[in-house]
Design a protein around this ligand. Sequence first.
Ligand code: URA
Length: 259
Amino acid sequence: MRLDRFLSGQTALSRRELTALIRSGAVTVNGTVIRRPETPVQPETDAVTLRGSPVTYSTSHWFLLHKPEGVITAARDPKQETVLDLLRPDDRLPKLAPVGRLDKDTSGLLLITDDGVTAHRMISPKHHVAKYYLARLRDPFRAEYVTLFRSGIRLREGDSEEQCQPAECCAISHDLAVLALHEGKYHQVRRMFAAVGNHVENLLRVQVGMLRLPPELPEKCYLPIFNKDVESALKNSDISDVCAFCDAHYSSYWIKERK
Ligand code: URA
C-alpha cells in the first residue's frame, strides 16, 4: 500500500495535508525519513511515525455521530429512522453497529464501528469506561443527589429492584446536571433522577471516556475517528473537567426549544 494511502486511512488528515507533511520530512518508516508519498509500505509490519508519534495500523472503522432526538439506536429498522441511516451510503460498511445505546429521546455522542471487540470493552461495566450525560431537570438540582448517586442508588424494575454502581454527578446550573455512569441500564439516567423525585426533561451524552462531542458538530452529522480518539474514549475524565466543558459549550443546548 502507498504511504499516503496508509496514512489517510489511519489519521484525520487529508491526502493533500499528508503529501505536504511527507515531503517536509515529518514521516519515517522503520526509522528512515521518507519524502515520497507513493513509497510502498507493509501496514502490518512497517513502523511508521508521523511528527515523531507512532501511527498504529487498524483495519476497523469508527464514526462519531451527533445523534439527534427522534432517531433510534439500531443498525436497521423496517419503520423508524436509525442511526445508521444517517451515514452516507458509501460509509455504510458491512458489520457497522452502534456502540451501546442511546434512547430515541436522547441526543449526543454515539460511536459506530465494525470493531466489536473494542466496542465491547467500551460498553461492558467490567471495564468501567465512563459515559457522561448532561441532563436538563424539571426541578432544581439538590445537593443530596451527589451522595445518593455515589452510594449506588436502587432502581425499581417491575416488582424487583436493581442496584446501580456508584455514579458521580454535579450541577452546572439550577436545572442542568452532569452525571457519569460506568454501566448502561435501560433508561438509566432518567430512572435515576426519577428515583430521587426529579424528572429529566432532556438528555445529551457529551462524552465517552475522554472523547468529547465536538461542539462544532451539528446534530445528525458525524466524523470518522481514528486510533488516538478510540484510545481516549477508553480513558476516564475528571467530572469537574466535563462540567467545565458542558458549561462552556452545551449549557444553552436546549434554549431554543424552551422559548
Ligand atoms: N440513560 C438514559 O436514560 N437514556 C439514555 O439514552 C442513556 C442513558
